[in-house]
Design a protein around this ligand. Structure first.
Ligand code: TMP
Length: 206
């Protein structure tokens, strides 16, 4: 099973899933936790180029292609082999982030970005996508108050950009209702963690 975690900045998806991973492992499930962009040495190198705050001259299509390249490498080296071995792969961000950030917010168009990603992923879709939904104002406030979180090039975008990201995620959830589940990330940490685990268990039992 391939599970992806999506959401605007500061949605708390990484923290929320930690408890769920522990509980699933205790139940005997083999979990591979990973993230995008990155997750393998080559893909992490691409991540550094994309997110480097110095790279303000990066063209939007270059950005979309680099995300797709990093995704491809990560699939080949990590995701596909783990899925083949019957493991559960839980990945922070995947294709929907490209559709929301590059397609929606950067204005490249969701269909254009989808096309390069279908090439990159050979149509590999998640079985379940958890969308940690939060208003951009709230998410960005959380990031600002978290001294441990490094601010990246995309965090520095204006509020309007982050609104477009959220709106596109919500549109994608409507477009793909069979794999999307929306989690209200404005709730308490405990509630969000419980909803995350319940949603995953529910899908595993289907
Ligand atoms: P992270 O902060 O969740 O590690 O994600 C890194 C940044 O990259 C975040 O600002 C979202 C952005 N991103 C895209 O713009 N497109 C993508 O395809 C992915 C995977 C991430």
């Amino acid at each position: 099973m391939f599970i992806t975690l999506e959401g605007p900045e500061g949605s708390g998806k990484t923290t929320a899933v930690e408890a769920a991973v522990k509980a699933l492992q205790e139940k005997g499930y083999e979990i591979v936790r990973t993230r995008e962009p990155g997750g393998t040495p080559i893909a992490e190198e691409i991540r550094n180029v994309i997110l480097d705050k110095k790279n303000t001259a990066m063209d939007p299509r270059t950005e979309a292609l680099l995300y797709a390249a990093s995704r491809r490498q990560h699939l080949v080296e990590k995701v596909w082999p783990a899925l083949k071995e019957g493991k559960i792969v839980i990945c922070d961000r995947y294709l929907d982030s490209s559709l929301a950030y590059q397609g929606g917010a950067r204005g490249l168009g969701v269909e254009n970005v989808l096309n390069i990603n279908l090439f990159a992923t050979e149509n590999t879709w998640p079985d379940l996508t958890l969308l940690f939904d939060i208003k951009p104002e709230e998410g960005l406030k959380r990031i600002a108050s978290n001294a441990n979180r490094e601010v990246n090039r995309l965090d520095l975008e204006k509020l309007d950009f982050h609104h477009k990201v959220r709106d596109t995620f919500l549109e994608l959830a409507k477009r793909y209702p069979e794999r999307f589940v929306i989690i209200d990330a404005s709730k308490s940490k405990e509630e969000v963690a419980k909803n995350t685990l319940d949603t995953i268990l529910n899908r595993l039992c289907k």
